[in-house]
Design a protein around this ligand. Structure first.
Ligand code: UD1
Ligand code: UDP
Length: 354
């Protein structure tokens, strides 16, 4: 098989790390295309190095910009590559602008689209990601979904065939790299942190990161907790947070974005995680760390149902209240698979060739 795989943003580097290996180990030809949406060393290069992601065959260098400019730049670049490479499948991951660009380019060239992490929905179209998901799913030929809930979401939109429940490739990467991180990561020592005596926070959604009032309220709530709050800061939030941080107590420690190995240790040993990230919510569950989601809803509904994830919504005071005293979570279930998703996906691609 010849596959073109599209990546561009941090969460896609994590997912590609396991899929690229599985494809190549099975003897398939993979052409890796990086749109270049994320480009800082600690948003991109560190993941390639730590996780052994192959060097991309093409780098489109779209960089930062509006949604239209990022998507259009990716679309034009991917179309040219697909015409030249003529793959059997294109693989797109998740819900970023690279995902939708890859799907649109391939659909019009009649190249089969495999969407990994299909079927997720927040039912909130204010999120650019929700638009990217809906469009990508409707165009996809193979929909690799993590959970039965994702199947239901697709069925509600009239998509009823070519759906495969394979679990989540992020379980594969988390299981592999948490083991490695336990040996190699020095982040807890470097930051002088004791296990379960700190909080991890990540905030980068436009609905939080692009509004002074909202962001300051989140920071103030986090600063009421009597523990260090480690905040690896996404470049989107950096300038605004640096402007506001002096108005809070001193327990919030802003650090540069960290690599995946350090992130695994911070997530695993944090008492509570405060986040608006999709991936981090799921990883919190996988590490059995309670999570406060600073959004009005989640795609990862299983984590909420099981009592491990609390949706803060506009009740920001819950951040300080629940960080001090999170209700005993319920039963933990392997909703997202057994860490074998990438191999399952490669087998299904082989079966659906031709
Ligand atoms: C993107 C994804 C989002 C994902 C997030 C993960 C879309 C629509 N959104 O959002 O789903 O959760 O990545 O991290 O694709 N910047 C830098 N250096 C970088 C990257 C970004 O300085 O390497 C800054 C730029 O100022 C840029 C801003 O961050 O304008 C936002 O980056 P962008 O990729 O547009 O969106 P994200 O918020 O990262
Ligand atoms: N991540 C990381 N370092 C950081 C922040 C995030 O390694 O400083 C990882 C995180 O563990 C997850 C991935 O990046 O696997 C994607 O998370 P992000 O919040 O960027 O995107 P989302 O999942 O919200 O789309």
């Amino acid at each position: 098989m010849k596959i073109v795989t599209i990546i561009g943003a941090r969460p896609q580097f994590v997912k590609a790390s396991v899929i690229s290996k599985a494809l190549r180990q099975a003897g398939h030809e993979e052409i890796l295309v990086n749109t270049g949406q994320h480009y800082d060393d600690n948003m991109a290069r560190i993941f390639f190095e730590e996780m052994g992601i192959p060097k991309p065959d093409y780098d489109l260098g779209v960089g930062s910009g509006t949604h239209a400019s990022q998507t259009a730049g990716s679309l034009v670049g991917i179309e040219e590559i697909l015409i030249k490479e003529k793959p059997d499948f294109i693989i797109v991951f998740g819900d970023t602008n690279a995902t939708v660009a890859g799907a649109l380019a391939a659909a019009k060239l009649h190249i089969k689209i495999a969407h990994i992490e299909a079927g997720l929905r927040s039912y909130n179209r204010d999120m650019p990601e929700e638009i990217n998901r809906v469009v990508t799913d409707v165009l996809s030929d193979l929909l690799f979904v993590p959970t039965p809930v994702a199947v239901e979401n697709l069925n509600k939109e009239g998509i009823t065939s070519n759906i495969h429940v394979v679990g989540d490739v992020m379980v594969d990467s988390l299981m592999i790299y948490t083991r490695i991180a336990e040996q190699k990561s020095r982040i807890l020592d470097d930051l002088k942190l004791e296990k379960d005596k700190f909080l991890l926070m990540t905030i980068h959604r436009p609905s939080n990161a692009d509004h002074d009032d909202r962001l300051l309220s989140i920071l103030k709530q986090a600063s009421k907790v009597d523990l260090p709050v480690i905040f690896p800061i996404h470049p989107r939030s950096r300038a605004r947070v640096e402007k506001l941080i002096s108005k809070t107590a001193g327990n919030i420690r802003i650090i540069d974005p960290v690599g995946y190995l350090d992130m695994m240790m911070l997530e695993k040993y944090s008492k509570i995680i405060i986040t608006d990230s999709g991936g981090v919510q799921k990883e919190a569950y996988l590490h059995k760390t309670p999570c406060l989601t600073v959004r009005g809803e989640t795609e990862w509904v299983e984590t909420v149902r099981d009592g491990w994830n609390y949706i803060v919504g506009d009740h920001l005071e819950k951040i300080s209240i629940l960080s001090k005293d999170f209700p005993e979570p319920g039963e933990w279930n392997p909703h997202y698979g057994d860490g074998q998703s990438s191999d399952k996906i490669v087998r299904l691609l082989e079966e659906n060739l031709g």
